[in-house]
Design a protein around this ligand. Sequence first.
Ligand code: GAR
Length: 217
Amino acid sequence: MPPFLKYDKRLRAAVLVSGGGSNLQALLNAQKSGLLKSAEISLTVSSSADAYALKRAAEAGVKTYVLQEEDYLNNGFFNKTGYSANLLSILAKNQIQIVVLAGFLVILGEPLLSAYKNKIINVHPSLIPSFCGDGFYGLYVHEAALKKGVKITGATVHFVNDVTDGGEILMQKAVDVKQGDTPETLQRRVMEEAEWVILPQALEALCASLILQKKDL
Ligand code: GAR
């Protein structure tokens, strides 16, 4: 067998979700169309039992798992380490090599971050470093962008580390803000024009490069 064929494989990816799952759908579509060829969506983990994303995963035949954030609350405090440790064991059991946060609203910590260092990516609905960090998620991001009056916003795919939205940037795409935009119309345009485009592209680029580098996976 020629040596390159030895590494001609797809990485097993888990997509973590909390809600609608339109970014998960973009990844599933990219897999179907052949754009995503270096990764296989093997698992979806949701932090909420009624996330519509779970239906999308099931329809595509992807294994699902629910790990509810509310089950890790002690006297109102979120047990980040407990949640992250259990998530790590689910990922390990499923031999996951790469993790994609696609609208996943739980803040992750150790021991997961070290175990999957430079193997976890997130899509954020702004041009980081604008409108990011704790408290900036979903519609709040677009509300803040409109309040500030920026004329250009967009989306970012970045590595996940212990600083919220603070990991190295892999890909960004700009989107025009239009007169009369509401948080909802802006959110939709940022998703359509930026998130659904760059998330599959960034995942493909990262996995292709890991396979090429023959990194320990
Ligand atoms: C997306 O806009 C995603 O970028 C955002 O939540 C939405 C989820 O939509 N994520 C964050 O704000 C994380 N900081 P989806 O469930 O339809 O993919």
